[in-house]
Design a protein around this ligand. Structure first.
Ligand code: SOE
Length: 388
């Protein structure tokens, strides 16, 4: 069986998720398209990198990502670092001819994402950007229903990604609240996931009209190596520093295919943990999805007998996309990690088959263009054409 040696850069939240996905891939997909080997893990200090090796099952560790991406034994460079290092690592990995997995958003801005796309262009390598939620079996099934024409011509998409881990002003100021590191706030961090879902299900987005706000303008300093998101320490009395990214964005969308849309992305939505989802209406039906109930898809078909019309709730399982690989009975449920394993399968099978992965750097660049257009629209207070 072909093996693919992985170098993973970064051992935070995403490092944990990616390492578990490589480990879990053969358990779900047997035989795997190729066997990922957790070869080397990299972090900033010896202590972090050595812990990453022991905790996440890598053979070796290093603190020198630039040397690791040149290592001839490495096939895949997997970038799980904060946004400000994605471009530098990816461009070096592309120059070394490595396949690349990169966490989202691809970059801090569209010009930076374009440099990454240019770096992989014309190279015989597979690249992927980790917009993981589109790999949820219920979402893949929604796309299948759309492709089969079950809800007709698409008319409107109403997406949301509401979260509350940053809603407390005492949540420490991690890199996610700093423009120089993150690029943007709620737009790139979570809005980008819904934009990916909108493009995946409905098609290209050509213009946006946005309201962009920052409600929480300063936060206490972070202590420790990693941002801890919802499990973060609270330091209401500590020294505070300014936040220079958005925490609230609401925007209208115009799709190239004629549909309209709207998305709410918020870091201020108490009671909403990871409330990512959409409501989509077509000329002959509707689909509703919410990641917090990720094993369910609500569908309405206008051709049901009038007396039976209503939303039905489909519980995904073996008959649905990836169902055979995952768990053998509907209702056992898939979770966040299972979706990361499906995503990992997308990467490994694309490499094994010598083709491009999806979503890839071209998608990441397009989403960076849309994010930049949302920021520009928020400032100009009007419609902005994407890429204009
Ligand atoms: C923080 O908002 C975050 O970790 C995002 O960065 C991830 O992409 C999302 O999946 C979970 O929340």
């Amino acid at each position: 069986m072909r093996t693919l040696n992985v170098a993973m850069i970064g051992t935070g939240f995403m490092g944990k998720a990616h390492a578990l996905a490589y480990a879990g891939l053969p358990a779900f997909y047997w035989p795997p398209p190729a066997m990922p080997v957790r070869k080397i893990v990299v972090d900033r200090t010896e202590a972090l990198a050595a812990t990453g090796r022991d905790r996440f099952g890598f053979e070796q560790f290093s603190t020198d990502w630039a040397a690791v991406v040149q290592d001839p034994q490495i096939d895949i460079v997997d970038i799980c670092t904060p946004n400000d290092s994605h471009a530098e690592i990816a461009i070096a990995a592309a120059a070394a001819g490595k396949h690349i997995m990169c966490e989202k958003p691809l970059a801090r801005s569209a010009p930076e994402a374009k440099r990454m796309l240019d770096a992989v262009a014309g190279k015989n390598l597979t690249h992927m950007v980790a917009f993981n939620y589109r790999h949820t079996p219920a979402v893949v099934f929604a796309r299948k229903l759309i492709e089969e024409g079950r809800i007709g011509t698409l008319l409107n998409f109403h997406g949301h990604y509401l979260s509350d881990w940053p809603a407390d002003p005492a949540t420490p100021l991690s890199w996610r609240f700093q423009k120089s590191v993150a690029g943007s706030g709620t737009i790139g961090d979570i809005g980008s996931h819904v934009l990916d879902m909108a493009r995946y299900l409905v098609g290209e987005i050509e213009a946006v009209n946005a309201i962009v706000q920052t409600y929480i303008a300063e936060r206490p300093e972070q202590t420790g190596e990693f941002d801890k998101l919802g499990s973060a320490e609270r330091r209401p009395e500590g020294p505070r520093r300014p936040v220079d990214v958005d925490d609230e964005a609401t925007f209208l969308l115009r799709f190239a295919g004629g549909a309209v849309g709207s998305i709410d992305a918020s870091r201020n939505a108490y009671g909403r943990g990871n409330y990512l989802g959409f409501e989509l209406h077509g000329t002959t039906g509707s689909i509703i999805f919410n990641f917090e109930r990720m094993n369910e898809l609500k569908v309405f078909f206008a051709d049901d007998p009038p007396e039976l019309r209503g939303f039905r709730t489909i519980m995904t399982g073996p008959p649905h996309p990836h169902g055979e690989a995952l768990w053998p009975v509907a209702g056992l449920g898939v979770g966040y990690l299972d979706v990361k394993i499906v995503e990992c399968h997308g990467l490994i099978s694309a490499i094994a088959e010598g083709r491009q992965a999806s979503p890839n750097f071209a998608d990441g660049y397009r989403i960076a263009l849309i994010c930049d257009a949302i920021l520009a629209s928020g400032q100009r207070r009007g419609w902005v054409e994407v890429g204009a």
